[in-house]
Design a protein around this ligand. Structure first.
Ligand code: AMP
Ligand code: MG
Length: 493
């Protein structure tokens, strides 16, 4: 037996150390013949890991969860959550493991988490597995979001286990995603003990979260209130950014709502092509609860669930605690509106704020609706209009006059002045040309299922620089052809 190579993991497992009782020590299942399908070398480097070693046999054993590297403390995290509005007191990592936390080369604490590593005490009826398609989907979507500048978990590796996993459509190749986050603390983590009336436990988690994410609040008498306010601000900013790129998460359950304000748990998420606020892709979201246009309201609802868990720490007087929490939750709307307006100002090239900007942005969306206008390409067309192509936006609309009327209003608002300098470049830097188009994602995953990783790798590299137009990539900037039909996504469980 040779010694385990040093992969470079600088583990420091604060969750395991400080939160006993919030997890179960656990080990991933053995995999017949694990093989690393893709590894994020740049991220590995950032984490101080030896990427080349990780792609080898022993690396694959680690990345599928079968072998714990030196210093790791693999565990399944406990959490609860509201799923589609209904409360489950015990969810937890049913098919995932927190391998541990590493301190990266920038000194930043990062969770390394494996999804698909086998059954745990939280698996309920599930098999604890993940399959290749959804694992690669999460890899691609997460990295696309990162390149778009949106807070997100990162994909470190996708590893095929060599095992066949039964799913509705028949046997599928098993796989494990290794992902990295600032933390995997969720609203549902707070709900776990709060729902059991365990106030001291909930306080322990609050103190841990503050020490980890918002250490400047530690020791303040109003730390719980300030923490709630900061989490609200992070979530408002996150959802505003989703809205700015047409991203629909698809399962905004409280267990998928992170305290750190990162996008987590990519399941049935997708980007919309034609603008329609009612857009839903997930096959299980039959009521449209998590439709594009509902996302801000749902985020607020999820944060209200967090606020409920914090009531005992807001005031000793229950009525006062409720009053304080309600005021914070009501404050979400202003936080969100201001984050959304900042996103929209950038997307419209409104570099100096003016009264009426929110109305102008809202009018653009209203104009797009029912016009078959592609959300991404309509925004991207704005810089082309300024370059002199008057019809760039109008060409996106069924009725060009609707676009031209709004465009006149926009051009009048721009006027001319010192803010003109750099506006075209600023618009291109705010409005992506390449997003993960549903038909391209599906084509890449279908090829991967047949063993051809080329389309996936090409798409991945296109999406790594989403704001920079490149020659030869016209098809990557197009919405799905009509023949693609209406798109349905699945959780991949
Ligand atoms: P998700 O919809 O992926 O956020 O998962 C919701 C809950 O279901 C979490 O507690 C997961 O750990 C659990 N879960 C999802 N898929 C599986 C599976 N195949 N086996 C066991 N648990 C699962
Ligand atoms: Mg989840």
């Amino acid at each position: 037996m040779t010694a385990q190579p040093d992969f470079g993991f600088a583990f420091d497992n604060s969750y395991a150390r400080d939160l006993e009782g919030f997890y179960v020590d656990w080990q991933g299942e053995a995999a017949p013949s694990p093989e690393v399908i893709c590894l994020n070398l740049a991220l590995a480097e950032e984490l101080g890991l030896d990427g080349a070693a990780l792609t080898g046999d022993e690396g694959a054993q680690i990345l599928c969860g079968a072998v714990a590297p030196t210093g790791a403390h693999p565990l399944a995290m406990a959490y609860a959550g509201h799923q589609f509005g209904g409360f489950s007191p015990q969810l937890g990592d049913g098919r995932a493991l927190l391998l541990g936390e590493v301190i990266d080369t920038q000194g930043r604490r990062r969770d390394i988490h494996l999804k698909g590593s086998g059954r745990t005490p939280f698996s309920r009826g599930g098999d604890g597995k993940a399959v290749l398609g959804p694992v690669l989907r999460e890899y691609l979507m997460g990295e696309a979001m990162y390149a778009l500048g949106i807070p997100t978990t990162r994909a470190l590796a996708a590893t095929a286990t060599g095992q066949s996993v039964m799913r509705d459509g028949g046997p599928q190749p098993g796989a494990v995603l290794a992902r990295v986050a600032d933390s995997h603390l969720r609203v549902g983590s707070f709900q776990f003990f709060a729902a059991r009336g365990e106030v001291a436990r909930t306080r322990q988690l609050l103190d841990y979260s503050i020490a980890r994410h918002d250490p400047e609040l530690a020791g303040r008498p109003d730390a719980a209130l300030q923490f709630l306010r900061i989490v609200i601000k992070r979530q408002a900013g996150l959802v505003a950014r989703w809205m700015g790129v047409g991203f629909i998460h698809g399962v905004m359950n409280t267990d998928n709502t992170s305290i750190s304000g990162e996008t987590i748990d990519y399941g049935p998420c997708a980007f919309m092509d034609q603008y329609d606020p009612a857009t839903v892709f997930s096959s299980i979201d039959r009521q449209g609860r998590y439709a594009y246009g509902n996302q801000p309201a749902i985020a607020r609802w999820n944060l209200a669930r967090l606020a409920e868990t914090l009531l005992p720490f807001l005031s000793e007087d229950e009525e006062e605690a409720i009053r304080l929490a309600t005021a914070e939750i009501d404050g979400f709307v202003a936080e969100y509106d201001s984050a959304w307006l900042a996103v929209m100002r950038a997307k419209l090239g409104l570099m100096v704020a003016q009264e009426g900007d929110a109305e102008l942005a809202a009018a653009f969306l209203t104009a797009m609706e029912g016009q078959g206008a592609d959300f991404t390409n309509s925004f991207r067309a704005l810089s082309d209009v300024l370059r002199g192509n008057d019809r760039a936006l109008a060409d996106q609309f069924t009725d060009p006059q609707v676009a031209l009327d709004w465009q006149d209003r926009w051009l009048a608002r721009l006027g001319s002045g010192p803010e003109d300098t750099g506006r075209v470049a600023a618009l291109d830097a705010a409005n992506p040309i390449y997003i993960p188009r549903n038909h391209l994602v599906e084509a890449a995953l279908q090829a991967a299922a047949k063993g051809d990783m080329q389309p996936f790798e090409t798409l991945h590299s296109v999406l790594a620089a989403p704001f920079t137009a490149r020659a030869g990539l016209v098809e990557y900037a197009q919405p799905a052809p009509d023949s693609f039909g209406s798109y349905r996504t699945f959780c991949g469980t």
